[in-house]
Design a protein. Structure first.
Lengths: 140, 140
DNA sequence: CTCCAATTGCAAAAGGTTTGCATTTGCGTT
DNA sequence: AACGCAAATGCAAACCTTTTGCAATTGGAG
């Protein structure tokens, strides 16, 4: 992925901070908290501030470069949007791995909703559990 | 609903604070934040403290008396669990009305998950939009 | 009625996120 | 290549929500 290109497409300035944040997210195969992102980015840019992290996460989320996940257990997690178009996530509670899922349940209930007069604008469908690797570890 | 009975079933002490919290949730037809619950309960019990609200929300949630909703936009919302068994929610972004939904999409993707070796433990499916009443108001 | 564990109120702390402001910097323009 | 300015950053403080320790109170079993 060309991070500079990605930022330019969005007419965002290419700063070392933004490149570091995106690179950290890219090199992770799962979801990360703001704290985890900060911990990694500060290794690259020792002077970076938490407010820069938050401001950029918000911005990148707005521009559709990131996805945000809010697990039942609380907290907010981010990941790089790797898939084109609408999709959902399957997330491992142990290692944080995020697996994209093309299936979307909305088609199955649109009729029921319109019968109720409800106009859906957004929805979320997230699955939590243990990935292939972590399931095996737990059984052992 | 007999609030005292509900608490006794769970072997929880029947305190005025708990009764007030449940009554507030019962008289709302939708989801409420901890702050909103506090604002209502303090009208009934002027001395109640925020920590009592939080402690009881956690407790009632554990016991399955409440449901917790965490919208994409952030924040945590609570509602009285009115339905028996597993269900999802359709929530109006304007008035907060919560409509229970019996449909659950998990059945449709269990095979795909097991093919991936993923063991699901929890999931969430929430729909946001505008209810019948609020859709009409917006159009006008 | 008595007694004890459960519950509450209070105050302070903790945790995560946001904001105001002065400084710096990316980058379009000259 | 240098300039100028809006955008972005770092810093510190503020904010908001939630949690915690502790002493006082209270529900309800015996």
């Amino acid at each position: 992925m060309d991070v500079e290109e990605l930022l330019k497409e969005q007419r965002l300035k290419v700063t070392p901070q933004r490149k570091a944040i995106i690179n950290v997210l890219e090199s992770s195969d799962g979801v990360l908290s703001a704290q985890e992102i900060f911990t990694e980015v500060i290794k690259i840019l020792p002077n970076i501030n938490f407010s820069t992290i938050y401001r950029n996460l918000d911005l990148l989320l707005e521009r559709g470069i990131l996805c945000r996940i809010t697990p039942e257990s609380g907290g907010i997690l981010y990941e790089l949007r790797r898939e084109e178009g609408h999709h959902h996530h399957v997330i491992c509670k142990k290692c944080g791995a995020s697996i994209p899922l093309d299936y979307c349940p909305m088609g199955n209930i649109e009729k029921e909703l319109s019968r109720k007069g409800f106009t859906p604008t957004e929805h979320r469908f997230e699955i939590y559990g243990y990935c292939n690797k972590c399931s095996k570890k737990i059984k052992e």
